[in-house]
Design a protein around this ligand. Sequence first.
Ligand SMILES: O=c1[nH]c(=O)c2[nH]c(=O)[nH]c2[nH]1
Length: 307
Amino acid sequence: MPTILGQNQYGKAENRVVKITRDGATHHIKDLNVSVALSGDMDEVHYSGSNANVLPTDTTKNTVFAFAKEYGIESAEQFGIHLARHFVTSQEPIKTARIRIEEYAWERIATSDANSKFIGADEVNHSFVRKGQETRVTQVTYDGAKWEVVSGLKDLVVMNSTNSEFWGYVKDKYTTLQEAYDRILATQVSGRWRFNWTDDEQRMPNWEKSYEQVKKHMLQAFAETYSLSLQQTLYQMGSRIINNRSEIDEVRFSLPNKHHFLVDLEPFGLKNDNEVYYAADRPYGLIEATILRDGCEPKIPVDMTNL
Ligand SMILES: O=c1[nH]c(=O)c2[nH]c(=O)[nH]c2[nH]1
């Protein structure tokens, strides 16, 4: 034989599993990206195409989601150990299992404003912002007389693990989406807001304080809105900013709907009681809109929030 097979491994990479543990009104998230690589007696599948020793990569994916339900996700390490042990001990041809896991950390959104009308004990318990800083952006334009300052942020990832529904929508012959009465709502916020400061005579906003407050109002609106659609949540986020920050006249958001699909665990004899989700990365719904102070003209370009 002129060639021989060297190192080889196979498995399903990047299984995006999200496990919500519901401790009454307090929810806990484990959000992992799990990659499985198996190796062992796999010569034949490469040489002759015999799959006799091949546990399908599809099965390795199912195992990840089923284990999230059966054993829970205590820690990435614990979860990886369970998986690796399972593959090596249950399948004779598999000699080595390598499980790589990335974990995305989430923090609770603090909804502590006394004047917040939706605040309740639940609110802080199911609203999360992903750890890791967002990118803050600004664009300053000056024509020698007038200033225009548009600031914003991107890559701020937020999730509500309940208080989101989507139903009552148009249905045509291509509609397959099931109505949802308790779904995950998650998005990666890209937003821009335009200041009404335009000339040197006016008092300049405190840019640092403004940013911090805009972000706070935006997050609180996300956390406190009982959502019937991402469009409605977007509008609440924008109007909360306009209503609380007099220095801002216009807000524009681009919000990808980061879909979390309940995994069907029935084939494995397991009940998925809104616990184990597949976090899809594409395609995603993309919801975009401008919110204006009444009487103000829109000036933030439609495409700006996608930069
Ligand atoms: O909040 C939503 N808005 C939509 O317009 C939409 N469309 C869809 O399929 N799911 C959702 N969710």
